[in-house]
Write a protein that binds this ligand. Structure first.
Ligand SMILES: N[C@@H](CCC(=O)N[C@@H](CS)C(=O)NCC(=O)O)C(=O)O
Length: 205
């Protein structure tokens, strides 16, 4: 088995979806967490000057979504056929739209109007993307409640992760989106995920 080293800040952020893929695939990896103090010295030594980074047998990959998709392919969590692979990508795209807006809320602007706009943008993207995901899931037949196909895929893992921070603020946020909610529940109660969530280091974001 290749040696995987995953490097990111000591938080969930752009790194957590990849960590979760390792967890549900049951594949060991070195979870290298870099403190804010350590980062300035490491930054110039990295290919992109940013994290996350994935080293596979000494080769380094950058870009969180590239790493996520690469791992999904290696672990067979990227969909069972070409159409399902596209559908996994499709759901992940909608989820990433929400995650991207969510980042802006983590480091909110101080100015009142700018803050109001960031909150409105998050809320409208959240409503729109969740509605689209619900409709897409309703069209995807025979999925047993998974986002795509009849088993867990990277789309389900991203579905779980993307909403974690928002649900910590408001646990009712997904009440209008029953398919997303049920899918997240399936992910959460899968044995490997349960184990991972039980022992995972708690961080604010
Ligand atoms: N598009 C890149 C963005 C990477 C990125 O902005 N990473 C942030 C952490 S979430 C970072 O490394 N910030 C520290 C820095 O840029 O010095 C990705 O998705 O991996």
């Amino acid at each position: 088995m290749p040696k995987y080293v995953f490097t990111y800040f000591d938080g969930r952020g752009r790194g957590e979806p990849a960590r979760m893929l390792f967890a549900v695939a049951g594949v060991p990896f070195e979870d290298r967490r870099i403190s804010q103090e350590e980062w300035p010295a490491l930054k110039p030594k990295t290919p992109s000057g940013s994290m996350p980074l994935l080293e596979v047998d000494g080769q380094t990959l950058t870009q969180s979504l590239v790493i996520f998709r690469h791992l999904a392919r290696i672990f067979g969590l990227d969909g069972d056929n070409l159409l399902d692979k596209a559908r996994v990508d499709e759901i992940v795209e909608y989820l990433v739209e929400i995650k991207t807006q969510g980042f802006k809320l983590l480091f909110p602007p101080k100015e009142e109007d700018a803050l109001k706009k960031v909150k409105e943008d998050f809320s409208s993207t959240f409503q729109k993307s969740c509605t689209q995901i619900e409709r897409i899931m309703a069209c995807n037949k025979a999925t047993d409640g998974w986002a795509v196909g009849k088993k867990m895929s990277a789309a389900d893992v991203m579905m779980y992760e993307v909403f974690e921070s928002s649900l910590m603020q408001d646990a009712t946020l997904l009440d209008k989106f029953p398919k997303i909610k049920a899918c997240r529940q399936k992910v959460q109660t899968c044995k490997k995920m349960e184990e991972y969530l039980g022992k995972r280091k708690q961080t604010p974001f």
